[in-house]
Design a protein around this ligand. Structure first.
Ligand code: ATP
Ligand code: MG
Length: 594
């Protein structure tokens, strides 16, 4: 028992789900449970050891698409609770629907969970499960419900069933098949199972209450006929359980304690409890049984998270694929330069709540910057290059001379060493750093102004050459002697501007992909317009840039802060083999804030 002071000093649970878990642990709700070493029925678990997991949660994706940032929230939540409370989180493929699942997604889902930093192995056991392994038990549970008088085979037409269900203001009407005998029900269910009936000719329904104010309790369908091959069980079954029947059973067989789902399942909770109560009464499942808790799904501004819409973006070529760096899929975020730590930080910060809301995209970007800032090596890059020539270089420094300069890899981590690059007669500078007639408050390059070339010398701008269209083709300057950064007296000449640059002699040419938000409105597809008409036309701009030599040695997936420009990552797919390709992850600050 915790002493009163220990209790007072215990940190407050940071969200309501943690509160529930802590209460269950304190009350020992699940302390007596046993675990049969793998999923199974009551008898199987009874023979096992006391459950080594204090709680069990699960992440149960349907393998019918790539995971997105909303799933990342659910993964961090379920695996995070298990980690923090000495529990175990199962990865369960919810593959009870025979037609929809595709094997290709299974590997991508496993990769995504692992990449986020989680693992389904615990105490030497892999807790990777698939719901279709439970079909035999589910069928047994269906027969049990019939035997106990809790289910019947209904042969009304789908239309009759719909009408007889009633609506919010009208109670339903009992089916004429509702009062069939147990024997007749069993016989009919077996005929369904044995393929004697066509699709849609009959369903198995739970016998609850056709007048319930909760329409989900008006004798919900629990099994339907579907003559379809399943990718694991092949042709073994031609009847398949409904999701609302299958899911509670999956949880129960796996000894799940806290079954966490999104709010749209709230109305299903009474059926979840009803079903598990019945199966517990019959001694079929381990007890105490799992409980369902709901939280609000993540809605993130400027993206869509519906699988159907994401698929449309890919299929119609609005993006280059599921892993396009603009996609909110986990593979897309990863390629964009997001780190697992930044997504975990994001999930922790947004927390969980019971109220639906929209999280601003900038919250995700802030978490990323907070994670990358202390880690990412700094580098200089010129994204819109124009050449600057130092006209007195040969006299001042000697013809052909290159002057070595250096800068810290990270300003707050001197132990990470220095990057080196060459100052010379010709430098690349940003086009926007030069103005012929400077606007008020402009301290960069204009004729007559002195600035420091960062980590290098002070120069004085003398003018520029333009082409016929008025576009600047070259900027000229003169070197101010004895001003090299880090040498005595270098600061004697005071300047207001500090210009980033890359040497023409040692700069590396690179492709830089300037990604921006995929949609130009905060809640795409929620108004009058089709979401595809709300795509941001400027979500990708590809430029040829010059980057400092240290970036020529970057490895795929390595992240950097390009000074002044933001965070960039060497593209995991296209970078390498002498072809540097960098993706903009995010700017240094929120460019979208008003
Ligand atoms: P579908 O459109 O196929 O129903 P889904 O997003 O519900 O897609 P699932 O594979 O069923 O996908 O989801 C797995 C888990 O992820 C579920 O437990 C679900 O609650 C959770 N999840 C899905 N989308 C979100 C979201 N936007 N925010 C939080 N959790 C989510
Ligand atoms: Mg779903």
């Amino acid at each position: 028992m915790a002493s009163p002071t220990e209790k007072e000093n215990a940190p407050k649970p940071s969200n309501f789900l943690r509160g529930i878990v802590e209460r269950d642990l304190e009350q020992g709700t699940y302390r007596q449970r046993h675990w049969g070493g793998g999923p199974g029925d009551a008898a199987h678990h009874r023979m096992g050891e006391p459950d080594p997991a204090r709680i069990r949660t699960r992440f149960p994706p349907e393998p019918n698409g790539y995971l997105h940032v909303g799933h990342a929230k659910s993964i961090c939540l379920n695996f995070g609770l298990a980690r923090d409370y000495q529990g175990i989180c199962h990865l369960r493929f919810d593959d009870t629907n025979p037609e929809k699942e595709e094997v290709e997604y299974v590997e991508s889902i496993k990769d995504a969970v692992r990449w986020l930093g989680f693992d389904w192995d615990a105490h030497g056991t892999s807790h990777l499960y698939q719901a279709s392994d439970y079909f035999d038990f589910m069928y047994r549970a269906a027969e049990y419900l019939i035997e106990a008088g809790h289910a019947y085979v209904d042969e009304q037409t789908p239309e009759e069933m719909r009408v007889n269900r009633g609506d919010f203001s009208k109670p339903g009407t009992d089916s004429p098949f509702r009062s069939r005998s147990i024997d007749e029900n069993l016989q009919r269910l077996r005929e369904m199972r044995d393929g004697k009936l066509e699709d849609g000719k009959a369903v198995l329904r739970a016998k609850i209450d056709m007048a319930s104010p909760n329409i989900n309790l008006r004798d919900p369908t629990i099994y339907r006929i579907k003559h379809a091959e399943h990718h694991h069980t092949g042709g073994k079954w031609c009847i398949y359980p409904m999701y609302t029947f299958a899911h509670p059973i999956e949880d129960a067989l796996e000894n799940i304690t806290h079954s966490i789902c999104t709010l749209e399942f709230e109305d299903q909770r009474p059926f979840y409890d009803w079903l598990l109560d019945r199966l517990a009464e019959g001694g079929l499942i381990n007890t105490p049984q799992p409980r369902q808790y709901e939280f609000a799904r993540l809605n993130l501004t400027y993206v869509v998270t519906s699988k159907r819409k994401l698929k449309q973006l890919v299929d119609q070529g609005h993006v280059t694929g599921w892993d396009d760096p603009r996609m909110p899929t986990i593979v897309g975020l990863r390629r964009r330069g997001y780190t697992p730590e930044s997504l975990q930080l994001f999930a922790d910060r947004i927390g969980v709540s019971k109220a639906d809301s929209w999280i601003d995209y900038s919250t995700l970007e802030i978490a990323l910057r907070d994670d990358l800032d202390p880690k990412a090596a700094r580098a200089m890059a010129v994204l819109d290059p124009v050449k600057m020539v130092i006209t007195n270089w040969d006299e001042a420094m000697g013809a052909g001379h290159l002057d070595p300069c250096s800068a810290p890899v990270h300003p707050h981590a001197p132990e990470r060493g220095k990057r080196e690059f060459m100052f010379g007669r010709e430098l690349w500078i940003e086009r926007t750093d030069y103005e012929e007639t400077p606007p008020k408050g402009f301290f960069r390059l204009f004729p007559g102004n002195k600035v420091r070339m960062k980590y290098g010398h002070v120069i004085e701008c003398t003018g520029a050459t333009k082409d016929a269209s008025g576009q600047v083709t070259e900027v000229q300057a003169t070197l101010v002697p004895d001003t090299k950064s880090g040498t005595p007296g270098a600061d004697a000449v005071k300047v207001k501007g500090n210009i980033t640059w890359v040497g023409v002699a040692d700069g590396v040419k690179a492709e830089v992909r300037l990604y921006d938000r995929l949609f130009s409105v905060p809640q795409p597809g929620t108004g009058e317009k089709d979401f595809l008409d709300e795509l941001n036309p400027d979500s990708l701009k590809v430029v040829t840039a010059y980057v400092e030599p240290s970036l020529g040695r970057a490895k795929g997936d390595e992240k950097f802060q390009f000074e002044r420009h933001g965070y960039f990552v060497a593209d995991r797919k296209d970078h390498g083999g002498g072809r540097p390709v960098f993706n903009r992850v995010t700017g240094l600050k929120d460019g979208w804030a008003k």
